[in-house]
Design a protein around this ligand. Structure first.
Ligand code: APR
Ligand code: ZN
Ligand code: ZN
Length: 362
């Protein structure tokens, strides 16, 4: 059997996305068909539609999603029809070198659905961005991309754990190992940085300093647990962080912008022997020049965080539980909910920095 559903499709480089009818096959072995309830709009979606990732148009977009499993293929045991799930773009294999070495968050074995979804009008094969394609009424994924979570949670809020929010929280709790009493600075408080603020708070940081050039972002960071805010358009980020930490610098500094100047700020804003966590993604051309004596002399560590070094099966249910207990305000990330045909408009608002997340609700 196949399913005809509406979905957002990016047909060509830079062209506005359009709402199309697509054909989704029934799940094959190891696959799951998911009825999508909500999906956040991420920068990566825009990146795909601009052709910045690869040229495999037409793309299905959307990957920060939650929904209900409608049916599963042969051999699927971890999830069952009726399960409320958050989707992920890195189902770990358990067998590659990274997995066997105990670092499954570096598993790059791709576990996506093998069967293809197609455009109803032309029969063309669609490429689901990040192997998900959840700006659609239904999508087909590998069963390992589904993590069952508590049904009581709002789909719009917990779907965001599928990407940017997990990247930020994980940068603090998994990569940065923020501990009770630590001082933490977060440079850049968009969706990812704001989540890092929330993660630092969850981990028990005593001081959480939020840095951004946009006061609206600093206000949200305050709501999520920042104890201090610094507008780095009007004051020097490094000096301000040092001043707020008794002249030392922060134990953990998280960079969530992805630019050389903020990487540099992060490097110098940490205390001696402190940790810098890079979660902002630079472009291939960007370079950082540092005097080696400072690298040598300051000690500590410089780490990058990839998808928050998360393990979906471990982290998603835990974070959903914390959300339901009122200890993690995932609703703060949902600036607006929109319909499926409003994704293009949401890209515009994202571009202007007006939103943390626009979330499509189906
Ligand atoms: N100093 C401080 N903050 C800055 C600066 C700067 N020089 N330049 C931009 N910002 C702020 C913006 O105001 C915005 O709040 O950084 C934030 C970036 O947030 P978003 O554009 O919403 O991006 P986000 O989704 O949070 O992702 C941030 O993490 O995972 C990566 O690819 C992602 O590189 C991106 C980064
Ligand atoms: Zn693996
Ligand atoms: Zn994303």
């Amino acid at each position: 059997m196949t399913h005809q559903v509406r979905a957002v499709v990016a047909r060509g480089k830079g062209a506005p996305v359009s709402l199309e009818t697509i054909i989704v096959p029934d799940p094959g072995p190891g696959e799951a068909l998911v009825k999508i309830e909500a999906c956040g709009v991420c920068h990566t979606d825009l990146h795909y539609r601009e052709g910045g990732i690869n040229d495999d148009f037409p793309f299905l977009l959307g990957h920060e999603a939650a929904g209900v499993v409608e049916s599963v293929g042969e051999g699927v045991t971890d999830v069952a029809p009726g399960d409320f799930v958050v989707l992920n773009w890195r189902a770990v294999c358990g067998q590659c070198r990274a997995c066997l070495r105990g670092r499954p968050w570096y598993c790059f074995a791709t576990h996506n659905a093998k069967q293809k979804m197609t455009l109803a009008s032309t029969g063309q094969e669609l490429s689901p961005a990040l192997g998900i394609g959840a700006f659609a009424e239904k999508t087909l994924v590998a069963a390992g991309q589904c993590t069952k979570v508590d049904r009581a949670a709002s789909a719009a809020a917990v779907g965001l754990l599928g990407c940017g929010v997990m990247a930020g929280i994980g940068a603090a709790i998994n990569t940065g190992n923020v501990g009770r009493g630590d001082s933490v600075a977060v440079i850049g408080c968009g969706g990812v940085g704001a989540a890092a603020v929330a993660g630092a708070k969850l981990a028990g940081a005593a001081k959480v300093i939020a840095v951004d050039i946009d006061d609206r972002k600093l206000a949200t960071a305050g709501r999520l647990g920042a104890t201090h805010t610094v507008n780095s358009r009007t004051s020097d980020a490094v000096e301000a962080i040092r001043e707020l930490t008794g002249g030392f610098g922060a134990d953990v500094v998280i960079e969530a912008v992805g630019r050389p100047e903020t990487y540099q700020q992060a490097f110098y804003a940490r205390d001696l022997a402190g940790t810098v966590v890079l979660v902002g993604v630079p472009t291939p051309e960007m370079k950082l020049e540092l005097p080696l004596i400072d690298v040598f002399g300051r000690g500590g560590s410089l780490k990058s965080s990839w998808y928050g070094d998360c393990l979906p099966s471990r982290d998603f249910p835990m974070l959903v539980d914390l959300y339901l207990q009122g200890r993690l305000d995932l609703d703060a990330f949902v600036t607006e909910t929109i319909a499926l045909d409003e994704v293009e408009k949401a890209f515009e608002r994202m571009h202007h920095g007006d939103v943390l997340r626009s979330v499509v609700v189906l």
